[in-house]
Design a protein around this ligand. Structure first.
Ligand SMILES: Nc1ncnc2c1ncn2[C@@H]1O[C@H](COP(=O)(O)OP(=O)(O)OP(=O)(O)O)[C@@H](O)[C@H]1O
Ligand SMILES: [Mg+2]
Length: 162
């Protein structure tokens, strides 16, 4: 499913719609180059779940925990991960077995994460400063269910998928 997002508001509306459709913990992987908008999407997602504090980019800590109403959320950024073995020391692998939402930037650094993901997001720069193209794919039954609920929901600010 492809979305043309002309402005940041639309990226944020997309993330919020997905957060509202969430009814069970899911693993989201977010691909895309530096500055594509992965953290921006995550911030809007967390806000829609009710988190109203700051959301620092976990570039150095690699993982930041959040406790929203009824949902634990882990925001992970693997940009600086040198070796998947570091995941053991940080305890990130165990998070997958917990009952929490995971939002993982730079999943390329951890090849097995794709096999455990429910939804794959890929943000690309568009042809203006604020334009992005967002590709969304379900990677599991749970992910498919989530995307189906989103399609049927009201998404006023998100353009119709092409
Ligand atoms: N349509 C848009 N969607 C998302 N971000 C946008 C959009 N238009 C402009 N921006 C800007 O692009 C930047 C995206 O930065 P962000 O930190 O979200 O990227 P990132 O993909 O997480 O990068 P990194 O790989 O460094 O973590 C922000 O400054 C944001 O304001
Ligand atoms: Mg980021």
């Amino acid at each position: 499913m492809l979305f043309d997002l002309d402005v940041q508001d639309q990226t944020e509306a997309h993330a919020a719609a997905m957060a509202r459709a969430l009814d069970a913990p899911c693993v989201f992987v977010l691909r895309g180059p530096l500055g594509a908008g992965k953290t921006t999407w995550v911030r809007a997602f967390l806000r829609a779940l009710g988190h109203d504090g700051i959301v620092p980019s976990p570039t150095y800590t690699l993982v930041e925990p959040y406790e929203t109403v009824g949902m634990k959320v882990w925001h992970v950024d693997l940009y600086r991960l040198q070796d998947p073995l570091e995941l053991e020391a940080l305890g990130i692998r165990e998070l997958l077995d917990g009952d929490a939402v995971m939002l993982v930037e730079w999943p390329e650094r951890w090849p097995e994460i794709d096999a455990r993901s429910d939804v794959r997001l890929h943000l690309r720069h568009g042809d203006s400063e604020s334009a992005r193209q967002l590709e969304v794919d379900a990677a599991s039954e749970r992910g498919r269910g989530l995307l189906e609920r989103m399609e049927w929901g009201a998404l006023p600010k998100v353009p119709t998928p092409r």
